[in-house]
Write a protein that binds this ligand. Structure first.
Ligand code: OAD
Length: 245
């Protein structure tokens, strides 16, 4: 464990102020749909027209939103932090990616989209992932495999999140774990704080309200991400009192 190694987990709350709706603030509905109807492998098999239209609309909306001060503060941290920084996001939007493109990160940085990326598509037969900025047909043929079709590169309910080995290794080695804008309602991400604590890490949550696992955090910073994240990053990057000449 190194105190210089940080793992940050982000959820829908970090993108809320950019205009991307969160999941659990809408009365259990996800942009007007039950998640079983649009975000499961069974839904895709049953009604691919509905599922593809749902993701087409979300993909089309993404260029109209922009990274906010919280995404930009994490990009600044990634550019300046001397240790390892693993940013794990549950969000399928590309707002972290765009913020990091503006402020190139240091060598010890990695961004993991554990629930996939809405602007990418995956071949059901070969698993090949490719950029997919436009709409997708209900039975979109795959250019990679004659028996494949293209589906959104997102993790649906009942599927295993991506890159779990890399995430678990980073959690086991971190000295600081920070959870930002996530309700802590969805596993396995909800369990990351326990893994970090087991590794001896200090744990901090930044959220509008206490998350479901709030008692597992050493520190809770409650407020909008666009205010609280830049404030926390400033403190982390400021030299301790008296260190300046
Ligand atoms: P949720 O909608 O469950 O939680 C969003 C959290 O962000 C809540 O705790 C809000 O209080 C908080 N929040 C809202 N606005 C905020 C702001 N401006 N600043 C700070 N916090 C704010 O979203 P997630 O926890 O990300 O999975 O949901 C996790 C997963 O559930 C998603 O990735 C998705 C969904 O089912 C899949 O699609 C597989």
């Amino acid at each position: 464990m190194s105190t210089d190694d940080i793992v940050i987990l982000t959820g829908a709350g970090i993108s809320a102020e950019s205009g991307v709706p969160t999941f659990r603030d809408a009365g259990g509905l996800w942009e007007g749909h039950r998640f079983e109807d649009v975000a499961t492998p069974e839904a895709f098999a049953r009604d691919p027209v509905l599922v593809q239209r749902f993701y087409d609309l979300r993909r089309a909306a993404l260029p109209t939103v922009h990274p906010n001060a919280a995404h930009r503060a994490l990009a600044e941290l990634a550019a300046r932090w001397p240790g390892r920084l693993t940013l794990v996001t549950q969000n399928v939007d590309d707002l972290h990616d765009r913020a990091h493109a503006e402020a190139p990160p240091g060598a010890g940085f990695e961004l993991i989209h554990m629930h996939g990326e809405i602007m990418k598509a995956r071949c059901t037969a070969s698993g090949v992932v490719m950029d997919w900025p436009g709409p997708m047909a209900a039975h979109e043929p795959s250019p990679h495999h004659p028996a494949g079709r293209m589906r959104p590169h997102v993790v649906w309910f009942g599927e295993i999140p991506l890159e779990m080995d890399r995430i678990e290794a980073a959690l086991a080695a971190c000295g600081l774990f920070v959870s930002i804008g996530t309700s802590g309602a969805v596993w396995p991400a909800a369990g990351f704080v326990r893994a970090a604590r087991a590794a001896g890490a200090r744990t901090v949550e930044i959220n509008l309200e206490p998350s479901m696992g709030t008692h597992l955090f050493d520190e809770s910073r409650l407020g909008p991400a666009s205010v609280e994240v830049p404030r926390w990053v400033d403190e982390l990057l400021s030299p301790p009192q008296g260190a300046r000449a």
